[in-house]
Design a protein around this ligand. Structure first.
Ligand code: COA
Length: 253
């Protein structure tokens, strides 16, 4: 098990904690692999009735930007395995979000059943600003949740937003003080874990109408994403991030 992802089980609740605080929990392939394994293991563990994704001061600053420069495909990678594990989770899945929730740090929330956010949470779907397309079936799930106009604004402008806008978009359930986040998430997960398991599993499955749509959209997005990985636009965006300057996409036209 990777030290960058800590997994514990107590009181029927599995907690999957991203733990790379110096990089604001930017996710590496190793971390995706550990998270996919944890989701799958929790799904199969009779001691687990609910699963919680969380971080620390930050939830996740998204995919490690350096990794994008070496990645040539998503297919068969731990990233794809993590996305498919999220999409096929059968037990109640919660997220407790504070600080940065950027890129996949926001798109993974679309697969959660309940999301609690601290007042410190800053969400962002920045893909367009990086010359990328959105992933994790967010092009399907976000408009379904928030409506086309709001989803288009979030995905086409890629601006950061706070918990109030996240609540209005239906991305989160409630906002709690940062110091109460962990306890509130564990309490809620404990309540879900104590419910009748079979009825809960069927309820979750029924809530996800047409479940085959999500893995299919993850694959369609991944095909375009792979094209973007080769682009000059992505290279310029990552170089700009590293050099702490604004990107200049006019160089790529
Ligand atoms: N990949 C790799 N490193 C990342 C990262 C990422 N996605 N996000 C943050 N980091 C690193 C920074 O490079 C910095 O490392 P350093 O201390 O060695 O220089 C450290 O984490 C802290 O980040 P910093 O940018 O200094 O913090 P901030 O509070 O000023 O800003 C963010 C926080 C999340 C707004 C900003 O880091 C950011 O925009 N990150 C990129 C997010 C992104 O585009 N993710 C990809 C989505 S597809």
């Amino acid at each position: 098990m990777s030290e960058l992802v800590q997994v514990t089980v107590a009181g029927g609740v599995q907690v999957i904690r991203m733990n790379r605080p110096d990089k604001k929990n930017a996710l590496t392939l190793e971390m995706y692999g550990a998270m996919a394994d944890a989701l799958t293991a929790g799904g199969a563990d009779a001691a687990v009735g609910a699963q919680v994704l969380t971080g620390g001061a930050d939830f996740s600053a998204g995919n490690d930007l350096g990794d994008f420069l070496t990645l040539t495909t998503l297919f068969g990678t731990p990233l794809e395995r993590f996305l498919q594990a999220l999409a096929s989770a059968r037990k109640p899945l919660l997220a407790a979000v504070s600080g940065a929730a950027v890129g996949i740090g926001s798109t993974m929330l679309l697969h959660c059943d309940l999301v609690l956010a601290a007042e410190t949470a800053r969400f962002q779907f920045p893909f367009i600003n990086l010359g990328l397309v959105p992933e994790a079936a967010s092009t399907l799930l976000l408009p379904r949740l928030a409506g086309h106009a709001r989803a288009a604004e979030l995905l086409m402008l890629g601006d950061p937003f706070g918990p109030e806008q996240a609540l209005a978009a239906g991305l989160i359930n409630r906002v709690v003080p940062a110091e109460a986040l962990e306890a509130a998430a564990l309490a809620l997960a404990g309540r879900l874990a104590a419910k009748p398991r079979q009825a809960m599993a069927w309820t979750k499955a029924l809530l996800k109408a047409a479940p085959e749509e999500v893995p299919a959209r993850i694959t369609r997005e991944a095909e375009r994403f792979v094209d973007c990985l080769k682009s000059a636009e992505l290279k310029e965006a990552v170089a700009a991030f590293r050099e702490k300057r604004a990107p200049d996409f006019s160089r790529c036209r």
